[in-house]
Design a protein around this ligand. Sequence first.
Ligand SMILES: [Zn+2]
Length: 242
Amino acid sequence: MKLRRAPIESLEVDGLVFAVRWSRRRRTIGISVSREGELRVLAPVGVPARKLESTVRAKLPWVRRKFAEFEALGPPPPPLRFVAGERLPYLGRAYRLVIVDADDRPGAPVALRRGRFELVRDLDGEARAAFVNWYTKRARARIGARVAHYAPLVNAAPSGVVVRDLGKRRWGVCDARTRLVSFHWELVLQPPELVDYVVVHELTHLHEPNHGPRFWQRVAAVMPDWQRRRGTLSRRGHRHAI
Ligand SMILES: [Zn+2]
């Protein structure tokens, strides 16, 4: 019987340890750095370890730059516990949370009233889901209105607007085939001007699928200060997630 060596699960380069995830669907080697400092290599099945290492080594300056960026941001905020006095973001502002009795809040378990978030008492682990639900509804209304505002300016009409969870790396997606634009519900945690930037960005993809010069020219025609907005959004990242 021939012994086959199992594919490696981690890779150490210059003292940095990367977890290796093998994928049958990938064609190229990808590297990711999480805010928590976790390093990952995504590799197509069958790539030799030596090739993996040389690719990672070539990417080390980028990895170190990412570390420096995260360090400059400071530690991520502690996870929310949905208790009275906490502050939750909405459209770039923070609102204090108050806990109310269900009798005082018929209907939805979450509301934003008089500058405060209200959450009904005793939701027992359902509080986050209730907030995600609230944010998603608000995002649908907000982003839908902004798409309606910008679509004529960009001169591009999407076939529909979807709001859902797009994970930790993307704010929006444009499907060139279906002409559907999708947005992360977390976008409404960001200030309105950053929501607008992502809206213009995704609508522009209906003309230009890639981020070439023509893409950015189109964005600039509608939003001359797009660079500043993009910079702010990438610095803020998903750290204001709930
Ligand atoms: Zn894009």
